[in-house]
Structures are given as structure tokens and as C-alpha cells.
Design a protein around this ligand. Structure first.
Ligand code: COA
Length: 177
């Protein structure tokens, strides 16, 4: 028999991981759920083959969050890819980890799901020999900007007219410590 204390619902563990959810690598079976979250939460939609291609190339940093008591329900995802740009200091290509997309279903927000998805995927994409992590975010997307700032991303510049509807993006960068 346990004590009352043992039976109290516990939302966070001492490592700040919300225990109502599990976090794991995405599989092709999860892609429909990922697309559903993306289409509900973001104006940027991608065709199925785009998700599949990211999954095939960067599976270790394509993560999903699932409800612990309903493991078929994808409530959040994160996906990254590698961006190669000409280096300013030599003739080699500079490799950066580019956050392609992250979203959490509205009813599951503010429970640190995005924080865990990022904290778990960042070390995974780092293994590709990158020099920094980069992302674009709508300048009106206050919640996402706050999330990224909390994880030490800094606004480097504005990309004008970046989105199809004409909105500007902040280009945010997180350097290695
Ligand atoms: N207002 C202000 N700050 C917010 C916020 C909000 N609505 N949502 C998140 N944050 C900041 C806070 O600093 C928060 O820490 P706190 O709760 O201790 O104050 C921190 O981010 C971590 O929040 P977390 O619970 O991990 O985020 P989340 O799981 O709710 O997901 C988003 C955050 C941005 C992914 C989610 O709001 C979302 O899916 N939005 C729609 C899709 C989107 O905009 N994706 C980003 C595209 S670039």
C-alpha cells in the first residue's frame, strides 16, 4: 500500500520533464499526426514528402511528444535539418542546424513540451558537425520568440518579407557555449 503522497498526480519530474507526455523519435507512422498538428497550429504547410525526407535524413532530431495515456496522439513535434552556406573564412561550406518547424497543440501548451523537444533535439542535430543553431520566426510570434530567448537564441537580423503573406522574420542564432 502506498501513502497519499505517492498517489498525488505529478505533472513534472525533478528534471522538469512533463510526465503526462512521452518524448521519442518520430517514425513514419507518426507523420499523419505531425502533419495534423502542423496544419492546426501553423500557417506554413508542407507536402508529405517534405516531412518524409526530413525524417529519412535527420531522424535523430525529428522528435514527437505523445500523451502518455493515449500514445497514438501526437501533441507536438520538432524537426531540424542541416543548412550548408559558404564560409566567410575559408572555401569550405559552413554547416548550421536549422530549426525547420516546431509546434505544440493548443490544449497542451505551457507545459514545457516545446522546451523538452528542443532540449532533446539540439544535442542530436549538433552531432552533424555544425557551427551554430539557426531559425526564422515571425516577428509577431511572441510566444515562440520568448521560448527561443529562454533557450539562449539571440536575434541576429530581420529577414524582410520572409513569409508568403509578407510578414518579416527574425533570424535567431544560438552559438555554442
Ligand atoms: N506567452 C509568453 N511566453 C510564452 C508563451 C506564451 N503564450 N508560450 C511559451 N512561452 C515562453 C515562456 O517563456 C515559457 O516558459 P514559462 O511557461 O515558464 O513562462 C517558455 O516559452 C517555454 O514554454 P513551453 O511550455 O515549453 O512551450 P509550449 O510547449 O507551450 O510551446 C510553442 C511553445 C511556441 C511551440 C507553441 O506556442 C506553439 O506551438 N505555437 C504555434 C506554432 C509556432 O508558433 N511554432 C513556432 C514557429 S517559429
Amino acid at each position: 500500500m502506498g501513502t497519499d503522497k505517492q498517489f498525488k498526480p505529478k505533472i513534472f519530474t525533478n528534471t522538469d520533464i512533463p510526465s503526462d507526455y512521452i518524448f521519442r523519435r518520430c517514425t513514419s507512422k507518426d507523420l499523419d499526426g505531425v502533419i495534423e498538428v502542423n496544419e492546426a497550429e501553423l500557417p506554413e504547410d508542407y507536402p508529405y514528402f517534405f516531412y518524409k525526407s526530413i525524417l529519412d535524413h535527420y531522424p535523430e532530431s525529428f522528435l514527437v511528444a505523445l500523451e502518455r495515456n493515449n500514445l497514438n496522439n501526437v501533441v507536438g513535434y520538432v524537426m531540424w535539418r542541416i543548412e550548408k552556406t559558404p564560409s566567410l573564412s575559408n572555401l569550405k561550406l559552413d554547416r548550421k542546424g536549422h530549426l525547420v518547424s516546431i509546434a505544440v497543440s493548443e490544449e497542451h501548451r505551457r507545459k514545457k513540451i516545446a522546451t523538452v523537444l528542443l532540449n532533446k533535439s539540439i544535442p542530436a542535430i549538433r552531432k552533424h558537425g555544425i557551427s551554430s543553431y539557426v531559425l526564422e520566426v515571425r516577428i509577431s510570434n511572441y510566444s515562440a520568440i520568448e521560448l527561443y530567448k529562454k533557450l539562449n537564441f539571440k536575434i541576429e537580423k530581420i529577414k524582410e518579407n520572409y513569409y508568403r503573406d509578407g510578414e518579416n522574420a527574425y533570424y535567431m542564432v544560438k552559438e555554442f557555449k
